[in-house]
Ligand binder design. Structure first.
Ligand SMILES: Cc1cc2nc3c(=O)[nH]c(=O)nc-3n(C[C@H](O)[C@H](O)[C@H](O)COP(=O)(O)O)c2cc1C
Length: 198
């Protein structure tokens, strides 16, 4: 079967969402024939395009809208900022009206993940609202099923709406349950994309 890519697209200021993205990418690549394409987005400022180099000095490359089209699925992550996705990710999504007009993402599987500073700081609100622009794009949203034991057992992050992490200690270490659910989300989107590709 032909190899396919899944775009793992994230923004992270302090590294916890990035840690999740890497774990999710591992889950994606546990499915034979699927690679993870890890991409981030730059911070926004009044001079975004002028002030950022095209390629960051370290870490994942910056995403371009073509990544969304070339990949067979999307797993998108953001820190929770005031109960919502962070503006750099929204800024990137707002540059994809051409892809929306062309219907280029219709029918592709997608999933979301987030990190918060506090346990009840809005993970589920962020996950649900991150899905909205992806639904506008016609993507097919996937969550995590309760057949994942970690979802029932977790006392840290993890939600049927997507992977999540509570970063109160600021050490960017995921709990075992958070880590398992990140990998499960990666595997689920990868396996679904492969099936849809036929
Ligand atoms: C502007 C801003 C708003 C935030 N809002 C929330 C919030 O609503 N709830 C919460 O629990 N944490 C909030 N945080 C904390 C971050 O979600 C948390 O530190 C997260 O782990 C950061 O992810 P990162 O390490 O990938 O940058 C906020 C942080 C910033 C900078």
């Amino acid at each position: 079967m032909a190899d396919i890519d899944i775009l793992v697209l994230y923004y992270s200021t302090h590294g916890s969402t990035e840690t999740m993205a890497k774990k999710i990418a591992r889950g994606v690549e546990e499915i034979d024939g699927v690679q993870a394409r890890l991409r981030t987005v730059p911070k926004v400022s009044p001079q975004t395009e002028a002030s950022e180099p095209a390629v960051p000095e370290q870490g994942a490359p910056y995403a371009v809208p073509a990544d969304l089209v070339e990949c067979e699925g999307l797993i998108m992550g953001s820190p929770t900022h005031f109960g919502n996705m962070a503006s750099p990710l929204k800024y990137f999504l707002d540059s994809t009206s051409g892809e929306w007009m062309g219907g280029r993402l219709i029918g592709k599987p997608a999933a979301v993940f987030t990190a918060t500073g506090s346990h009840h700081g809005g993970q589920e609100a962020t996950l649900l609202t991150m899905m909205v622009p992806l639904l506008h794009h016609g993507m097919m949203l996937l969550g995590l099923p309760y057949s994942e034991r970690a979802l029932m057992e977790t006392t840290t992050g993890g939600s049927p709406y997507g992977a999540s992490h509570t970063s109160s200690s600021r050490d960017n270490v995921l709990s075992d349950h958070e880590s398992e659910l990140c990998r499960a989300l990666g595997r689920r989107v990868a396996a679904t994309a492969l099936k849809l590709k036929g």
